[in-house]
Design a binder for this molecule. Sequence first.
Ligand code: PHB
Length: 390
Amino acid sequence: MFRRHLIAGAITAAFALGGIAPAVAQDAVKVGLILPMTGPFASTGRQIEAAVRLYMAQHGTTVAGKRIELIVRDDTGTPDVTRRIAQEMIANEKVSFLAGFGLTPLALATAPLATQAKKPMIVMAAATAMITEQSPFIVRASFTLPQATVPMADWATHNGLKRVATLVSDYGPGLDAEKAFKERFARDGREVVADVRVPLRNPDFAPFLQRVADLKPDALFVFVPSGAGAQFMKQFQERGLDKTGVRLIGTGDLTDDDILNDMGEPAVGVVTTHHYSADHSSAVNKAFVKAFKAANKNARPNFMAVGGYDGMHLIYESLKATGGSTDGEKLVGAMKGMSWQSPRGPVTVEASTRELIQNIYVRKVERSDGELYNVEFATFQAVADPAKKR
Ligand code: PHB
């Protein structure tokens, strides 16, 4: 009797599953997340994937009646690999969204495919200003280097810094930062006394740091991509530059929350401008940091994680707005003008540029309870990307 019931139950369940399964498969919306999960920029991939998974755990996986299916692939930080994966995701997996893009060259390699396939492409990390101009299907959930840099130049000016040297990684975002800093700062008799570019991969900062020690500028402005700041800081200290009175300033990529604690004493007092600090004091951010740490062995989210989290918000909310339609033009149309409270603060997708309008905070590295934090002490409100023509 009992056994018969069991069998009957199993048959009913099988029928139910049989009835549901094809419908579920049909209604899946696939998100293709392409990230550097190995290689020198693996920390970016780790942070973004963790934040995307957190967003999905918190908001469920059904949106507008569709089941969200996440596909994560490692591009190792190599543009050809990113392009090949994107191609496969479009042609074979039939994804509705492309997302991720840990470095500028990876986003640039994919942009033509997004245009051709009419797929929304959510840039969660890469930050060279011109990326969004490469396809009308690109929407940025991170920031741009000019956006973070111009406030730094203004802060430097207002704080009496007159002679500044710049040091940037020699590719898109570094060149953006150098140009934005120079143009803004080199007014009113203020001077960029040296502008040096170092290779993106395996940079040796030593020769340039010697020059800086000789030039004795008031400050050194630095852009290096997320993850590379620790090596810079080590050499800065080894050359004794932390003792020479040359102030260290930069965009917040330098004092990335992911590696800040490992930098130790030389990082204390470094002033940077950026859109996100794990120390941001809003309730939304406190909840985000707490949940991120709980899900990730107490690891602290950095600005890459926030780009991933907000990128998922764009995907979920645009899908809700289209009533579940995956038409690429409709989805991007729904993202334009969208506003929300991000862990970083209030953000809006500027409709004409598909860039975020967001606060840029001035922060100083301070020690609190034995940990280092980027402590925000001033805010540039609602900054749009200064590199765009409007
Ligand atoms: C970029 O390649 O666009 C990039 C990467 C890391 C950053 C900023 C920009 O921290």
